[in-house]
Design a protein around this ligand. Structure first.
Ligand SMILES: NC(=O)C1=CN([C@@H]2O[C@H](COP(=O)(O)OP(=O)(O)OC[C@H]3O[C@@H](n4cnc5c(N)ncnc54)[C@H](OP(=O)(O)O)[C@@H]3O)[C@@H](O)[C@H]2O)C=CC1
Ligand SMILES: Nc1nc(=O)c2c([nH]1)NC[C@@H]1CN(c3ccc(C(=O)N[C@@H](CCC(=O)O)C(=O)O)cc3)C=[N+]21
Length: 284
């Protein structure tokens, strides 16, 4: 049986330090404020928002949701983003993705103010992640993976790391962040030939695919560290990852569970980013 890397444990430790920071800020008359923007009602976004609101309230962050109709025009949507950019009381925004098809992410990503962009939507923040700069906002989920590795003292430097998935929310920025930490990174995707061969070689395997229990025993190396980013629903309606936990658990050295893994850290990182944004905006 492998070691379970509990995201809950990481989230709790992080939460304690954030609670302290917020109470210090409140003592100085500042309350961090988050606005979540959702267009329509995608169930994965709704699930995330529920967790994020709960986490923010536990930490003392003011958080609310701007719900926009699923058929809102791109122009109207941009107007709302500009309003939030100019709203002094809002320190940070999370725009739920994907946006509906009438709104082009490639056009609207330029509209959010980079100082308020907590989940790396703005190309300015993407560039900062690429360059390995510290003061931007990397996306919350990849940052949650880094927090887990740091907490359990797993240093990716010099290691062979495979990231399966190349989305702009998870796989691609995560690969850059691991490269910044001196890992040797292989990025795999749906066109990768012989995926199992690539993933088996990895000392650290990260799955961010969105396919329930896709990673099986024959795809992991003996003694590997497995980080499962996936949040899926299995045939019984239960939350599960991209990795078949029961199948691989006796072959790998360490593994994150789902639920209770990366997902539980993501919302805490979001809260951390709200605080960071307030501090940068007020030069605290
Ligand atoms: N834990 C958390 O807090 C969060 C979890 N998630 C979860 O992480 C997972 C990934 O999310 P996201 O990145 O947004 O998903 P996307 O659907 O945007 O990207 C999926 C990636 O996986 C690749 N892929 C799909 N099928 C295969 C396959 N058979 N073999 C190899 N690669 C494949 C795709 O390749 P290609 O580019 O070629 O299409 C793509 O790059 C989901 O389960 C999502 O729910 C997401 C955000 C936060
Ligand atoms: N800009 C943007 N960034 C995202 O990160 C993003 C997004 N849009 N759109 C939707 C997807 C999906 N996603 C989820 C994260 C956590 C849970 C989740 O269930 N979290 C549980 C914990 C789950 C666990 O314990 O593993 C919780 O927070 O309590 C679900 C879904 C984020 N996404």
């Amino acid at each position: 049986m492998s070691v379970i890397l509990s995201g809950k444990e990481v989230a709790e430790a992080l939460k304690e330090s954030l609670i302290k920071e917020v109470s210090e800020l409140k003592g100085k008359g500042y309350t961090p404020c988050l606005k979540i923007v959702i267009v329509g009602d995608r169930p994965d976004s709704v699930a995330y928002i529920k967790g994020a609101l709960k986490r923010c309230s536990e930490i003392g962050i003011e958080a609310s949701v701007l719900e926009l109709p699923g058929d809102i025009s791109e122009q109207e949507f941009i107007k709302k983003i500009h309003e939030l950019n100019n709203d002094e009381s809002v320190n940070g925004m999370l725009i739920m993705r994907p946006l509906p098809s009438q709104i082009s992410e490639d056009r609207v990503k330029y509209e959010i103010s980079p100082e308020k962009d907590l989940d790396c939507f703005s190309p300015i923040n993407v560039a900062k992640v690429m360059a390995g700069e510290k003061e931007g906002f990397p996306p919350c989920t990849p940052q949650a993976v880094i927090e887990i590795l740091d907490h359990f003292k797993i240093d990716p430097a010099g290691k062979k790391v495979a990231v399966v998935g190349r989305s702009m929310v998870v796989g691609r920025p995560l690969a850059m962040m691991l490269l910044q930490r001196n890992a040797t990174v292989t990025i795999c995707h749906s066109k990768t030939k012989d995926l199992a061969e690539e993933t088996k070689r990895a000392e650290i395997l990260i799955a961010a695919v969105g396919k329930a229990k896709m990673v099986k025993k024959d795809m992991v190396g003996e003694g590997a560290v497995v980080i499962d980013v996936g949040i899926n629903v299995d045939e019984n309606g239960k939350l599960c990852g991209d990795v078949d936990f029961d199948d691989v658990k006796d072959k790998v050295a360490m593994i994150t569970p789902v639920p209770g893994g990366v997902g539980s850290v993501t919302t805490t990182v979001l809260a951390k980013h709200v605080i960071k944004a307030l501090k940068q905006q007020k030069s605290l």
